[in-house]
Design a protein around this ligand. Structure first.
Ligand code: NIG
Length: 389
């Protein structure tokens, strides 16, 4: 196995608190990886030799972004809906159906190549671990196909979101659709998905329906995630905590009881600030969640309706500028926080043994991500020890 030493690191964010809070910084650092794993981190003056040396010229190094929430398996275009929204039309859950028809009509090859293009775009922006969801098929066949294509696209985690919206063919039989999701759909996607999710929101699925979906998923051995509290107050966050979900995602409208529950649970509150911006919602309560003791993650929510961006740098900048998180809190949330939301210990940090997912910023410190908002700062990226940018 060949080894590589990275030198010329002004600041290395390890997220390993043995190097001190916040973020386990090492100044004037070096990092060595061998194969797919980090094997050494420390001060540059102590760096061991390696087969290859790369001088990063005084740049800041972070763990690759962990994007724990995206919807990459889709077809169609909703730019007109976006423009209508900018002219004053509200965002509504029902917009999801505008993507379902084109997705069902699309070929496997077209769905796969779009997902691969988006994953490449993510990597170019420093994202090295990706979760994606089904949810634009909404038939047994199309949900299984979406999960299979997500797996083939090479994402790290696949989530089954058959309970994204009630499709029109079941508009008079919601219970029939929930039973389909919990029965044959779940049975078919299990081969490809490690997680189950439900859109628990007015206009999508109510608390009882969401509970049925999550309980069936847990019985089938899948981990739980919830879309909740996106468009208004609701039961999603509390249900996620009650059922021990790994994350509740969106969290834009939380009550003080929700904040308290999340603050004393292992359920990660995943914020999607680019979605809040693109749908003209309020800024999510990032500061309040952190002050309540909650674990916060940041993700892109890349999808064609509410957040058509792959940029985790934007999510970090918005978390600082709008959710009143510090730069250190936002970077932790977009790396280690995402890893916690996916219950993974191999990514989101750069300690010894971590996956060699390395993001080099063309900046001397992590503060620049919000300070230079909108400027692409990714200089180089390694994923599993292979340079991808
Ligand atoms: O996370 N909230 C539900 N699902 C997506 C939106 C999908 C769409 O509008 O197509 C989300 O925002």
């Amino acid at each position: 196995m060949t080894s590589t030493v990275l030198t010329g690191i002004s600041r290395l964010v390890t997220n390993d608190l043995q190097f001190g809070a916040p973020l386990g910084f090492i100044e004037d650092a070096a990092l060595v990886f061998e194969g797919e794993s980090v094997v050494w981190v420390g001060s540059a003056i102590n760096a061991p030799e390696a087969d290859t040396a790369v001088d990063l010229g005084g740049r800041c190094v972070l763990p690759g972004w962990v994007d724990s929430h995206s919807h990459l398996i889709f077809a169609g275009d909703r730019s007109a809906e976006f423009s209508a929204r900018m002219a004053g039309a509200p965002y509504a859950a029902g917009g999801i159906m505008a993507t379902v028809g084109p997705t069902r009509a699309s070929s496997d090859g077209a769905l796969l190549s779009r997902a691969q293009r988006l994953i490449a775009e993510m990597a170019a922006g420093g994202t090295t671990c990706v979760e994606t969801k089904t949810g634009y098929g909404l038939t047994v066949e199309d949900e299984i196909r979406s999960a299979r294509i997500a797996r083939a696209a090479g994402v790290d985690e696949v989530t089954f979101l058959g309970a994204h919206l009630l499709p029109p063919e079941y508009s008079h039989d919601a219970q029939g659709y929930v039973d389909l999701v919990c029965g044959p759909m779940l049975e078919g996607v299990r081969e490809y998905a490690g997680w189950i999710d439900v859109f628990c929101e007015q206009g999508a699925f109510d608390e009882a329906q969401s509970r049925q979906v999550l309980t069936a998923g847990a019985a089938a051995g899948l981990g739980l995630r919830v879309h909740g509290n996106q468009l208004g107050a609701g039961p999603g966050a509390a249900l996620a905590v009650e059922l021990g979900a790994a994350s509740v995602d969106h969290c834009t409208y939380l009550s003080s009881a929700d904040l308290e529950l999340l603050g004393s649970s292992d359920t990660v509150a995943t914020l999607l600030p680019a979605c809040d911006l693109s749908t003209r919602q309020a800024a999510a309560p990032g500061r309040e969640l952190i002050d309540a003791g909650a674990t916060v993650a940041l993700a892109s929510n890349c999808n064609p309706g509410s957040s058509y961006t792959t940029s985790m740098a934007l999510a970090v900048a918005l978390a600082v500028l709008q959710c009143r998180m510090t730069a250190a809190e936002a970077i932790w949330a977009a790396t280690a926080g995402g890893a916690k939301a996916l219950r993974r210990s191999d990514v989101g940090h750069l300690g010894v043994g971590a996956r060699a997912d390395i993001h080099v910023l063309d900046a001397p410190s992590e503060d620049y991500l919000a300070y230079r908002v909108g400027v692409p700062l990714t200089h180089a990226v390694w994923r599993k020890g292979t340079r991808v940018r």
